[in-house]
Design a binder for this molecule. Structure first.
Ligand SMILES: [Zn+2]
Length: 281
């Protein structure tokens, strides 16, 4: 799933490649991804418009056109943007300068919403309203972060995944952030001390900012992929922890899974049941 660092880099690339350019043609190449609340087709609605800006809010990437209309994408698990034409594109915009923006989504789980001029995203895009601050925590200090989090009754990993608390973090970066903060994923939020809140706030900012640099360096010019090679803990179960050398473990949390270091992120109250024999944990 694309998360804040992935989408932040894509946002910058799209803005710099396409910002200020006119859309010449638009096509819906595969059904079920585009959501049009007004009579289409997409081409009639957007052709001739200039792409005025690209923004990121949580996991929603927004394109604003010069007539005030917006295209807002929620890529969910499988949606990808590409500046090179793709055979599996669901939506294609062709812009002046011989440029193409494709949105492809093999599983068609993500959605792209056309928001007409004068209509708010909160009203038109499911899940948009009610998002907490963006995951980069711009302008939010540790005290405010802790004040908002402390009232929740949940585990710390679920707090990071709650978009009403902070918008743009998914499973991969939640694991990276908790490792950086030395916090076990199942620690109850109400048990975190002041130093732990400060550490978590710093970890969110530092892990995501560092990841943006790494993703920027590795993402190919045509986009269309997800960079995960820099992950220290996520996807590394069975390998040594890069900080202490203990073996990284993977545990299941309902239908999700989490990777963490049992030594750096100790489990103060034995929150996980004894591993099933033979599962290699
Ligand atoms: Zn460790």
């Amino acid at each position: 799933m694309p998360e804040w660092p992935d989408l932040s880099v894509v946002r910058r690339r799209l803005e710099s490649a396409l910002g200020g350019r006119r859309i010449l043609r638009a096509a819906e190449l595969r059904p079920l991804v585009l959501r049009l609340p007004v009579a289409g087709p997409l081409h009639r609605l957007v052709a001739g418009r200039v792409l005025a800006g690209v923004d990121l809010r949580g996991k929603f990437l927004g394109l604003t056109l010069d007539d005030g209309a917006q295209l807002v994408a929620n890529p969910m698990l499988t949606g990808v943007f590409s500046l090179a034409p793709r055979r599996d594109a669901s939506i294609r915009l062709e812009l002046e300068g011989d440029l193409t923006l494709d949105y492809a989504d093999a599983k068609r789980m993500g959605k792209v919403y056309y928001v007409p001029p004068g209509v708010s995203r909160d009203a038109a895009v499911p899940g948009y309203a009610g998002q907490g601050p963006n995951a980069d925590l711009a302008g939010m200090d540790a005290a405010e972060f802790a004040r908002r989090g402390r009232s929740r009754r949940c585990e710390v990993r679920n707090l990071l995944l709650d978009h009403a608390f902070v918008a743009g973090i998914g499973n991969a970066y939640a694991d990276e952030i908790l490792w950086a903060a030395h916090l076990h994923p199942k620690r109850p939020v109400r048990d975190l001390g002041p130093a732990e809140w400060e550490g978590l706030h710093a970890a969110v900012r530092d892990v995501l900012a560092e990841a943006e640099h790494l993703v920027e360096a590795e993402l190919p010019p045509e986009l269309g992929t997800k960079v995960r090679s820099h992950m220290r803990i996520r996807g590394r179960a069975g390998q040594p922890c890069p900080r202490c050398g203990a073996r990284i473990v993977r545990r299941h949390l309902g239908y999700l899974e989490t990777d963490f270091c049992p030594r750096c992120q100790p489990d103060p109250s034995d929150l996980f049941p004894v591993p099933e024999p033979g599962r290699g944990w």
